[in-house]
Design a protein around this ligand. Structure first.
Ligand code: COA
Length: 565
């Protein structure tokens, strides 16, 4: 079928639906909902059989929904309506929620129902939930609805609040008034629910040291305690704030915009507070091994089971600053000295990595210098993985990866993805040539021609398509928990396999042969030569593209690379 995606942004869910429909042989067009006439023009030109809106914050014009079937993905169960469905679900601590595919009609979210899928609400931030359980349920619902539409015989179910399975209601916009935290009375569970319901957008408006901030993210702390509301510790850029019955970690803050002033963006909490953070608040470090045994916030954890090492990292938004890369490198080096045969790298859920930290770079006094430090720190990490020859390294991607984050995964010997993963193996949209030794790893996996196509066409690739290209080795079905069960089983099998010793010998020989043919340092120098120009040469688009990305400047048109897919 010819399926047109209409979306407010080409976000993760839209990319996932795009990849899933293309994998099933549909011709998929994309138009960003930047105005009714833009949508009309694209519908006229593309002549779709069906229109699907995976993420839409505006209404579809009547002349379009009355002439075409338009299916809207709504992140709520049957009967749920309104613009803040997930916020309410997380805020109220729902155990189960749903995604419903509705037909567009005059009244928002009130059209006939084509498909609905339930999902369990994990204890995490709203956007992580959106990229994980919501995305999986939405794809199942969209594929069901598309198949039903294709039969030509399916009659969608009118929304009827008298039906026993229609339990949702119309709810208002989840404004800051519902999100407010009272640090003198709210317990930790309430504080965490508020923070998670507001993460990653819009954050919870709060006050610290006489300044207003939006707080983004919130994680429990098991040991530290203090006067309710007080900042009692820092760790790796996050602050720990006491509640009435415990404490929570707050990794990121965004200063409230001054009316008429420039837009603000998220940054590590200690950076945002700057000189306002009083001296004497202790840094409370935790080692990766200790973090793995505790219920505290840590971006890096390390554990061992049955001769397999697991280096778990979870960086907010998948973005990795210079400091974060260095910390992960130190943890990696330590893990690589452990007596394990197989080392598995990757977060438990959500983004694997999205490369260098564009927000931290934007906040730096000299963004070009910070970009340079950041890419070098990424390269040091990738180099350490590439030159590990006495352990088999597996990159395990429970969630998406982009740009340098994909190339970070490719440094491993094997790349195992959850089947729902979406990869963006390209840098072009940020105006960068890219580094992370991609000119060594990518063509080695997919061949020079495909490497060229992937990096220039700049489209998302679903995990199954990535396997068929050789970009990754496996796409494992199921949710994140199933994925990790399978990863653990297979890593243990690899570790115990009699062939492992031979495999490591072959790995060492191959690295030596590759090094003799062209040293890694040469790949790095060439890539960094391009990156230096991207960061410093006049007329390069990177700084403007980064600024727009960080400040969330809305595009004015559907980007060219999406137009004629
Ligand atoms: N640095 C800082 N923040 C980043 C980031 C990066 N490299 N990559 C993603 N983010 C942030 C986004 O700003 C967004 O923040 P928000 O939660 O405040 O809205 C969040 O991560 C999620 O990203 P979003 O774009 O909403 O998710 P998505 O799944 O729809 O798209 C990407 C994911 C990776 C395709 C898109 O974010 C992207 O293009 N990132 C930049 C990748 C890049 O160019 N890296 C630098 C070169 S190595």
């Amino acid at each position: 079928m010819r399926i047109l995606l209409v979306a407010s942004a080409f976000n993760s869910l839209t990319q996932r639906v795009h990849a899933e429909l293309r994998e099933r042989g549909h011709r998929v067009g994309v138009v960003l909902a930047l105005g009714e006439d833009t949508i009309r023009a694209k519908v006229a030109e593309f002549a779709p059989d069906l229109i699907v809106a995976p993420m839409l914050t505006s209404a579809i014009p009547e002349d379009i929904w009355s002439a075409h079937t338009v299916l809207i993905v709504h992140p709520g169960p049957k009967g749920d309506r309104g613009p803040s469905s997930l916020d309410w679900a997380v805020h109220e601590g729902a155990d189960e929620w749903g995604v419903t595919v509705l037909q567009a009609v005059a009244e928002m979210d009130a059209g006939p129902i084509w498909a609905t899928e339930p999902f369990p609400v994990a204890a995490c931030g709203k956007s992580e939930l959106y990229r994980t359980e919501v995305a999986d349920a939405a794809v199942r619902a969209v594929l069901t609805a598309v198949n039903r539409y294709a039969t030509g015989a399916f009659v969608p179910e009118p929304l009827d609040y008298d039906r026993p399975d229609v339990r949702g209601v119309l709810r208002p916009y989840h404004a800051q008034q519902y999100r407010r935290i009272d640090w003198t009375t709210d317990d930790t569970a309430t504080v965490l629910r508020r923070l998670r319901a507001a993460d990653s957008q819009p954050g919870v408006l709060d006050e610290l040291y006489g300044r207003e901030f939006f707080v983004h993210g919130g994680h429990p702390e098991d040991r530290l305690r203090g006067a309710p509301g007080a900042v009692i510790a820092t760790r790796d850029g996050a602050i720990c704030r006491a509640t009435v019955d415990g404490a929570v970690w707050l990794p990121q803050l965004r200063p409230r915009r001054i009316p008429g002033g420039p837009t603000t963006f998220k940054m590590p909490a200690t950076t945002a507070l700057g000189a306002d953070l009083p001296p004497g608040i202790p840094e409370a470090p935790v080692s990766p091994a200790e973090a793995a045994t505790r219920d505290t916030w840590s971006e890096i954890r390390y554990r061992e089971e049955n001769e397999v090492g697991y280096l778990e990292f979870a960086f907010t938004s998948g973005a990795m600053s210079t400091e974060q890369c260095r910390r992960l490198l130190a943890a990696y080096r330590e893990a690589a000295t452990r007596p394990v045969n197989v080392l598995v790298l990757g977060p438990a859920r959500d983004f694997f990595s999205n490369g260098i930290h564009l927000n931290v770079i934007e906040a730096a006094p000299d963004p070009a210098a910070e970009s340079w430090a950041n890419i070098n720190a990424m390269d040091d990490l990738v180099e350490a993985i590439l030159t590990t020859t006495d352990t088999l390294v597996v990159a395990a991607l429970a969630g998406n990866a982009a740009a340098g984050g994909v190339m970070l995964a490719l440094a491993a010997d094997e790349v195992w993805c959850r089947a729902s993963t979406v990869l963006n193996p390209h840098y072009r949209l940020m105006g960068l040539y890219g580094s992370e030794y991609w000119t060594y790893t990518l063509p080695r996996r997919v061949g020079a021609a495909t490497a060229e196509r992937l990096t220039t066409e700049a489209l998302p690739v679903g995990a199954r398509a990535a396997v068929s290209l050789g970009l990754v080795d496996r796409a494992l079905p199921g949710d994140a928990a199933h994925f990790w069960d399978q990863v653990r089983r297979d890593a243990e099998t690899l570790s115990a396999a009699p062939e492992l010793a031979d495999r490591l010998v072959r790995k060492k020989r191959r690295r030596a042969a590759d090094e003799a043919e062209r040293p890694l340092s040469d790949y790095r120098a060439t890539e960094l030569g391009h990156m230096w120009r991207n960061f410093h040469a006049p007329g390069e688009p990177y700084h403007a593209l980064r600024r727009d990305f960080v400040h969330k400047v809305c595009p004015t048109r559907t980007p060219d690379h999406l137009i004629d897919v």
